[in-house]
Design a protein around this ligand. Structure first.
Ligand code: URA
Length: 438
């Protein structure tokens, strides 16, 4: 086989075989295929697309390019969830403890934040002493013992995806549905769960801006999962504004704890319950979504999910007292209020700008090497469609550098538009795609 011929074949819009895709993925991962040929191939895929069969074969070639986790030693049906990325998205911190308190094994690998969206691993490091590095044995043992462990993705999990993504990032080939779907699913499949629930975000600041695009991406991912024998469901959720009130690492942990204490913001609670319900049904611990939902609500009202959070934090070396006293999480030195500028209704939010405001404060990473400040961030006091009055508080900014606070405040004020007419509140859950919908 020659890479040149395979690029030509894809350029002509022909279908590549499993062997050909494996040749490309393996050759690129081990350095035999150079970046310039892989770039040309990715661009050919971008314009010619791939069939479903090609997408599955590409996904599996990437999933098998490094270590794959075998979770068979953990009893029960293992569940995982993945979000395509959003601002203020802290559902993993809520779902993990809820499900674990019901005996569902959650063996989760998460990423760090980059750019304007945060990562679960960074958020959890807000607990003093919390470690996200566990050996495979310790990870498995923890899931067996307390049903929940969360670690950073190991370097050798789907290394082909890591290398291909880095190339896509600089060749304008990120934003392609089959490539996104195979990238996400390769990591989820390599991480070993039996049930995969996907949270596909749509709206400003999301990869998929329209619901139609999000649906198409969701269908591709559910098809891949189904074709390789993993129970896969996708929930399409709104990302036209941050999820919940808090954006920033420790602030998001504090808000997640609030949900587990029964004081959660409505949309954040709703999305967490929806995703977790599908995971609970997938794990065969509930027979219907309604039953799953009431079991999950009970984990909050009984305090079981909060207790599980404390157990999980302690087991990974963190200070469990901070779960019961979130005011002991890292706190920024200064705070500043951003005021509403005129009367009306909040009509649009440039979500990405809110994420960038948090990034400016130091809450996110510009590059993989940047350090982050866990204590900074934003608490939003208003949501889209709210009636607002000039001079009331739109948001509070928490920071450690007055100059950065000023810049973040300007950014935040520009993120929102105010209309003179009431606007309709958009539904949070747009659609749910299961294998029956394919
Ligand atoms: N997230 C991923 O993991 N891969 C993509 O291609 C896009 C988002």
């Amino acid at each position: 086989m020659r890479m040149y011929d395979l690029i030509e074949k894809k350029k002509q819009g022909q279908e590549l075989s499993r062997e050909e895709l494996e040749y490309i993925v393996n050759g690129f991962t081990n350095g035999q295929i150079p970046d310039y040929q892989m770039s040309a191939f990715l661009m050919a895929v971008y314009f010619q697309d791939m069939t479903m069969e090609e997408t599955v074969n590409l996904t599996m070639a990437m999933a098998n390019s490094g270590d794959t986790l075998n979770l068979d030693a953990i009893p029960g049906i293992k569940v995982d969830k993945h979000s395509t990325g959003g601002v203020g998205d802290k559902t993993s911190l809520i779902i993990g403890p809820m499900l674990a308190s019901l005996g569902v094994p959650v063996a989760k690998m998460s990423g760090r934040g980059l750019g304007h969206t945060g990562g679960t691993i960074d958020k959890l490091e807000s607990f003093s002493g919390f470690s996200t590095v566990l050996s495979e044995e310790a990870f498995m043992e923890q899931v067996r013992d307390i049903h929940f462990a969360l670690v950073g993705q190991t370097a050798n999990l789907a290394p082909a995806d890591k290398k291909i993504y880095a190339l896509r990032d600089v060749t304008a080939t990120v934003n392609h549905k089959s490539l996104i779907a195979s990238s996400i699913m390769s990591k989820k499949i390599a991480a070993g769960a039996d049930v995969i629930v996907l949270d596909v975000k749509t709206g400003s600041g999301a990869f998929m801006e329209t619901v139609e695009e999000a649906k198409e991406l969701a269908r591709i991912m559910v098809s891949i999962g189904t074709m390789v024998g993993r129970e896969t469901v996708a929930v399409i959720s709104d990302m036209n504004e941050p999820l919940g009130h808090n954006v920033g690492n420790a602030l998001e942990v504090e808000e997640a704890i609030g949900v587990l204490q029964g004081k959660g913001e409505k949309r954040l609670l709703e999305l967490s319950l929806t995703l977790a319900s599908y995971m609970l049904v997938g794990a065969k611990k509930a027979t219907s979504i309604q039953e799953a939902r009431s079991m999950l609500e009970e984990t909050i009202s009984s305090g079981a999910a909060l207790a599980k959070m404390a157990e999980f934090v302690e087991r990974q070396g963190g200070d469990a007292e901070q779960v019961y006293h979130p005011e002991r999480l890292p706190r920024a030195q200064y705070e500043e209020t951003v005021m509403v500028e005129k009367d009306g209704w909040l009509s649009s939010c440039c979500n990405k700008e809110v994420g960038i405001a948090s990034l400016i404060l130091g809450g996110g990473r510009e590059t993989k090497e940047s350090d982050i400040d866990l204590s900074v961030g934003i608490v939003l006091h208003k949501q889209l469609a709210d009636k607002v009055v000039a001079g009331e508080s739109l948001a509070t900014i928490y920071g450690n550098d007055k100059e950065k606070i000023k810049l973040a405040a300007q950014r935040l004020a520009m993120a929102y538009e105010i209309s003179q007419k009431p606007i309709e509140k958009l539904p949070l859950i747009k659609e749910i795609i299961t294998k029956e919908d394919l």
